[in-house]
Design a protein around this ligand. Structure first.
Ligand SMILES: Nc1ncnc2c1ncn2[C@@H]1O[C@H](COP(=O)(O)OP(=O)(O)O)[C@@H](O)[C@H]1O
Ligand SMILES: [Mg+2]
Length: 152
């Protein structure tokens, strides 16, 4: 399956994709989020985590902490923002990447920083600003490995 493109009219409309992906998630999953600063990588993650929680839990950007963890009955969600990894002179493994992969679902902003740790089996999400509408975004889903079947 090739990439799938969605037009998201405004931030509230992110719930549609969150409601579709949420039920598919299971322990060991990796979703990556690419897009320019302010595109909505954190906004989408927030929407997804709130949907899983069933409430408006606080979901701060992990810009400075680099990772935030949310515990759910079936798994924990590890929300990474790896942008400042090098500047903090940290290694992804020091952030608990192995534990996250073992018992969690990983949502990763700036996945380029994962290097060879980027798993083959994953769902890549790219977010682009809409050409003319300020509140709109284009989201591209690129499934890899088992995600090709699961997204269908
Ligand atoms: N359709 C949309 N999808 C996502 N965010 C949107 C949308 N429209 C407006 N926004 C705003 O864009 C900003 C996205 O910021 P953020 O999620 O922190 O970006 P990133 O994590 O990609 O740097 C937020 O201020 C959000 O309210
Ligand atoms: Mg962000």
């Amino acid at each position: 399956m090739g990439p799938e493109t969605l037009i998201i009219e405004n931030e509230a409309a992110l719930t549609g994709l969150a409601a579709r992906l949420g039920p598919l998630l299971k322990r060991g999953d990796v979703l990556t989020l690419k897009g320019d600063l302010g595109a909505g990588k954190t906004a989408f993650t927030r929407t997804l985590i709130r949907m899983l929680a069933g409430s408006d839990v606080e979901v701060p950007s992990p810009t400075f902490t680099l990772v935030q963890v949310y515990d759910f009955p079936a798994f924990s969600v590890y929300h990474f923002d790896l942008y400042r990894l090098e500047e903090k002179e940290l290694d992804i493994l020091e952030l608990g990447w192995d534990d996250a992969r073992r018992d969690g679902v990983c949502l990763v902003e700036w996945p380029e920083r994962l290097g060879t740790l980027l798993p083959r089996d994953r769902l890549d999400i790219e977010i682009y600003f809409h050409k003319s509408k300020e509140e709109a975004r284009e989201m591209m889903l690129r499934p890899h490995g088992t995600w090709e079947e699961r997204l269908r």
